[in-house]
Design a protein around this ligand. Structure first.
Ligand code: GDP
Length: 365
């Protein structure tokens, strides 16, 4: 499964957020084979459509899909030089698919800040610089090898050398790889290098309890937004402390609490959705009398692969995907009506599955 890593300087609220994630955790009964790694928190992906489908189909059971966050502790200045748990930290980041960087935007005299003052841009730059330096090392090593091959007129080497030169120049200017301009073919080469700064990132602005309903009045949040905009990155505003409290509540209490705070959606729910789409993930549904269920897939895959997410037999024996879009099904009211209206399509093996598809797979055993 794809995972998003939570990073940030010490004392910015990472553990508080990660606590909220594990406490809100997905119902273990639905995922009996999930590995229990203390650094991984599995959450259910909130999806209003699943609730609507449940009302419509009235199944015995409803199963949401899940998403994984990994807690990556231990970044300090100098990590790329092996300071603190530097190397370990970097190798953990290498293993995640996206980065959620928690940035302290709350002021609290009782909680020390590692560099003595709350300065979100400085904090972001400390972390990003460590990642950039680690990438520069990777790129430089490769650069020297590929340079020789490029001189021997090796065509692939010439293309890669071009990319490496651009990366080297950009990283030396302290720009992350994701902020550099590459063509589609070049971007494939960049991906192949598994750089830390080519991973998609979102910033999590951690504000105080009394600011969460009106976060844009917080000047630190504005600074983070401006910074992120330059990288085309998203910013999610949360109050980690409140999220920790919310995660202990039942759904109904949770809704009441949010209303009192004047917010429509919990920060954690926003974070889950944003991380999910940052990774290019989408959801299709299966809807039967026994079970209505959401399934995660990577955008762009075809029907047989999507079937394989449920079971490899479904992919091997794939015949057709009986498909109706969520909107069409909701409008028709029942599967039968949708069929009569001609909204249920019989899709074959080249069909590219869409977010919100409700699918019944037909397959040979
Ligand atoms: P970490 O070192 O990044 O994991 O930070 P922690 O989650 O341990 O938080 C450091 C301190 O900041 C703890 O005392 C938290 O209670 C406090 N803290 C975290 N989030 C918030 C918040 O949103 N508001 C306030 N006032 N304190 C917070």
């Amino acid at each position: 499964a794809l995972t998003a890593g939570i990073v940030g300087l010490p004392n910015v609220g990472k553990s508080t957020l990660f606590n909220a994630i594990t406490q809100a955790g997905a119902e273990a009964a639905n995922y009996p084979f999930a590995t229990i790694d203390p650094n991984v928190g599995i959450v259910e992906v909130p999806d209003e459509r699943l609730n609507k489908l449940t009302e419509l189909v009235k199944p015995k059971k409803t199963v949401p899909t899940t998403f994984e966050f990994t807690d990556i502790a231990g970044i300090v200045k100098g990590a790329s030089k092996g300071e603190g748990l530097g190397n370990q930290f970097l190798s953990h980041i290498r293993q995640v698919d996206a980065i959620c960087q928690v940035v302290r935007c709350f002021e609290d005299e009782n909680i020390t800040h590692v560099s003595g003052k709350v300065d979100p841009i400085d904090d972001i730059e400390v972390i990003n610089l460590e990642l950039i330096l680690a990438d520069l090392e990777t790129v430089n090593k490769r650069y020297q090898r590929v340079e020789k091959l490029a001189k021997q007129k090796d065509k692939d080497a010439i293309a890669e050398f071009d990319v490496l030169s651009k990366l080297k120049a950009g990283l030396e200017e302290e720009k992350p790889a994701r902020a550099l301009e590459f063509g589609e073919e070049q971007w494939k080469i960049v991906k192949g290098l598994h750089l830390l700064t080519s991973k998609p990132i979102l910033y999590v602005a951690n504000v105080s309890e009394d600011e969460v309903a009106n976060a844009d009045s917080n000047k630190n949040v504005q600074l983070v937004r401006d910074y992120a905009a330059k990288e085309n990155a998203e910013v999610i505003v949360i109050c980690a402390k409140i999220e920790e409290e919310i995660s202990e509540l039942e759904q109904e209490e949770k809704e009441m609490f949010l209303e009192e705070l004047g917010i429509s959606e919990s920060g954690l729910d926003k974070l889950i959705k944003a991380s999910y789409s940052l990774l290019g993930l989408a959801t299709y549904f299966t809807a039967g009398e026994q079970e209505v269920r959401a399934w995660t897939f990577r955008k762009g895959i075809k029907a047989p692969q999507a079937a394989g997410i449920i079971h490899s037999d479904f992919e091997r024996g794939f015949i057709r995907a009986e498909t109706v879009s969520y909107e069409d099904l909701l409008e028709a009211g029942t599967m039968g009506n949708a069929r009569e209206k001609g909204k249920v399509r019989l899709e074959g093996k080249d069909y590219i599955v869409q977010d919100g598809d409700v699918i019944h797979f037909r397959f040979n055993v």
